[in-house]
Design a binder for this molecule. Structure first.
Ligand SMILES: [Zn+2]
Length: 352
């Protein structure tokens, strides 16, 4: 069925099946959403989605936008849907560039990817809205389409004035030498990027977990970074934050909770990095995190203090499973952890 991509407005092939809309859009690629999801998505979220999909286009397979757990069985029962990658709004929001400068960096990197040779003419007519992060808003009392025109003019002026692009014909642009120089710098920062930052509690008890994670990362073609092996002075927080910023993604092991690890993961999430959360099955299924000392209290005067301490203990020992509604890699033993981690990484980040 011919229709319109509700994210970017391009003419698209649309299949409606069992309460799902499958859209094959020239700019956004193939993406799926439940009918309900269509209705509750705000204009702002649609704008973010259209850019995310365009910037993360897959060779084959599709994206499913929305709550994964709810529809997992449904989706696997629909034959025309294969190799679906789930996309949560959190992931999209986390990736979405925060500043104009961030947007320009992404635009230039994408244009380099779309240019087959120096001076290649890129026809952006079909995906300009996605590429330039154009918001589909309309101020009141203003002619339809005017706000969009203003946004285009702004970014085109910026790219022209900085000698990053020349806009040859309408709908065509060309990267200029100054852009290539900037792109080279940006790529240099990205490409050494086989590093995976591991956040966990480091102590003699977690040594085997650490080694299992190390092996899992290496087998997937990446390079693990354990902060205590890189920086021996843990006070150097800026250095740690820099390492997280330069890493491709982060692994958070929560079997033994550690406040520092959650902090690191939160920082990574803020930068739009993906996080793989791991937890040992025993702990994952554990119901009771109460303090073992609680039973031994005898003296009345001590009791209240101890009870308070025990409450804090119970809170501290319970891993936070609700981290950004992430799926959690639950492992049974060290071999299982290594094996699953390699599989997950290869699936989420196929090319190191
Ligand atoms: Zn689209």
């Amino acid at each position: 069925m011919n229709g319109t991509c509700i994210l970017c407005g391009n003419k698209s092939e649309i299949i409606a099946e069992y309460g799902f809309m499958i859209t094959q859009c020239p700019a956004c690629g193939r993406w799926i959403m439940s009918d309900r999801g269509f209705n509750i998505l705000s204009l702002e979220q649609k704008d973010k989605c259209k850019s995310y999909l365009f910037y993360h286009k897959r060779e084959k397979g599709d994206y499913f936008i929305g709550e994964e757990n709810k529809y997992k069985d449904y989706i696997s029962s629909i034959k025309s849907i294969t190799d679906t990658k789930h996309l949560s709004l959190d992931t999209i929001n986390a990736w979405y560039p925060k500043t104009f400068v961030d947007k320009v960096d992404l635009i230039l990197l994408k244009l380099a990817e779309l240019s087959n040779f120096d001076g290649d003419l890129v026809n952006y007519a079909n995906f300009g809205d996605n590429l330039f992060f154009i918001k589909s808003i309309k101020s009141s009392n203003i002619k339809e389409g005017y706000d969009i025109k203003v946004q285009y003019r702004y970014i085109i002026n910026f790219l022209s004035k900085n000698k990053f692009c020349s806009f040859v014909d309408s709908g065509f642009l060309q990267l200029l030498p100054d852009a290539y120089e900037k792109i080279y710098e940006l790529q240099k920062n990205q490409s050494n990027n086989k590093n995976v930052f591991v956040s966990m509690a480091f102590n003699p008890d977690t040594k085997d977990t650490r080694e299992a994670i190390r092996q899992g990362i290496i087998s997937a073609g990446y390079s693990p970074e354990f902060i205590d092996e890189i920086i021996h002075n843990h006070q150097i927080i800026p250095e740690m934050l820099r390492l997280i910023g330069e890493s491709k993604f982060l692994i958070l092991e929560i079997t033994e909770p550690n406040f520092g690890a959650y902090y690191e993961a939160g920082y990574a999430a803020g930068l739009g990095k993906e996080i793989i959360v791991c937890c040992k099955e025993l702990v994952f299924n554990q119901k009771d995190f109460s303090c073992p000392n609680l039973k031994e209290i005898k003296e009345d005067s001590q009791e209240d203090i101890e009870k308070n301490g025990c409450k804090i203990y119970a809170k501290a020992m319970r891993p936070h499973f609700d981290i950004a509604q992430k799926q959690i890699l639950v492992w049974s033993d060290y071999d299982d952890l290594t094996k699953k981690l390699t599989e997950w990484i290869k699936y989420l980040f196929p090319t190191p």
